[in-house]
Design a protein around this ligand. Structure first.
Ligand code: MN
Ligand code: MN
Length: 310
């Protein structure tokens, strides 16, 4: 835990409720930048990411409580609402991201590299290539894992040729022989929801967004097992209904994404959420919230909801 920030280091961190990309891109970029740069994280390591760290023998980045007064590089996000506490009083020196531009301001020019690829780790890999350096095998494995995670092993519509090429190169460096089999193992570890509470499940991968006067939260659970998701559905629906007031949002959405079926079952609550979903998605399925082919929050859920809520 880091509470008193040193002035001598620049922290590199992903978003709150960090996913594998936020953790591994921070690790990979800190390793590339070298001395004076420290990988941080803005929350607990999720089970999928823990699997990756264990697999490659890497330590989790330092937990950052508050970055006020520090110099900081953001990876995998560029919205204040998703960032570590104290960001408003920190100096952002770089941003590497692959999301929509979310309204952050800086007082001076910075390196702001936002490329619409499937994963921030792909951009980090591009920076390695530019510098003529190669990541250590463990770091390459972590970056490759981030690409597999964000692109759902190349199945997500966000996945580009750049992501695939970067993953191939990283897998070779890391000595990963069967990338698809590794990805399955990683996803199973990640969706091992075991003894987790409903609240923990909702916040495993959760982000807040704003459209007009409406604040909404969108969580995502991805699983290799459709059966597991269908068991989870009524539990999460009930929990979201009864805990609605606790989350500080007007509407709450949860994507239950089935990797093998390449689909998402979208559950939600809050006044106006039903209307927003009706306006945002046209599904032919009898169950209107079953969205075939939908796997990406940033590309297939958030823009549509944002537009519907305007
Ligand atoms: Mn992320
Ligand atoms: Mn990402």
């Amino acid at each position: 835990m880091v509470e008193n920030m040193s002035n001598n280091v620049i922290f590199i961190t992903g978003h709150k409720n960090p996913d594998t990309d936020s953790i591994c891109s921070a690790i990979g970029y800190a390793a590339l930048k070298g001395e004076g740069y420290v990988a941080g994280r803005a929350g607990d390591v999720n089970p999928e990411t823990q699997f990756v760290l264990d697999h490659f023998g890497l330590k989790a980045p330092e937990l950052l409580q508050n970055v006020a007064g520090s110099e900081i590089i953001l990876v995998d996000h560029n919205e204040a609402g998703q960032a570590v506490d104290g960001l408003a009083d920190a100096r952002i020196v770089e941003i590497l991201d692959h999301h929509k531009i979310g309204g952050l301001q800086t007082s001076e020019p910075i390196l702001f590299c936002n490329i619409p690829v499937g994963c921030t780790a792909t951009i980090v890999t591009m920076f390695y290539q530019q510098s003529g350096k190669k990541p250590e095998p463990a770091v390459a494995g972590a970056l490759c894992s981030a690409i597999l995670s964000d692109t759902l092993a190349f199945r997500s519509p966000t996945c580009t040729e750049m992501d695939k090429a970067a993953a191939r190169e990283l897998a070779a460096i890391a000595g990963m022989e069967d990338v698809e089999a590794y990805a399955k193992e990683m996803f199973v570890a990640g969706s091992n929801l075991g003894s987790k509470t409903e609240k923990e499940i909702l916040y495993l991968d959760f982000k807040k967004f704003t459209s007009g006067n409406t604040t909404f939260g969108v969580g995502q659970v991805t699983s290799m097992s459709g059966g597991e998701l269908q068991q989870l559905k009524p539990r999460m629906q009930a929990y979201m209904q009864e805990s609605m007031a606790e989350h500080g949002v007007d509407m709450l959405f949860l994507m239950l994404t089935d990797i093998m079926d390449e689909s998402t079952d979208l559950i939600y609550c809050g006044p106006g959420a039903d209307q927003a979903v009706k306006a945002a998605f046209t599904s032919d399925a009898a169950d209107r919230t079953y969205l075939k082919g939908v796997m990406s929050r940033k590309k297939q859920i958030v823009p549509q909801l944002t537009e519907a809520l305007k």
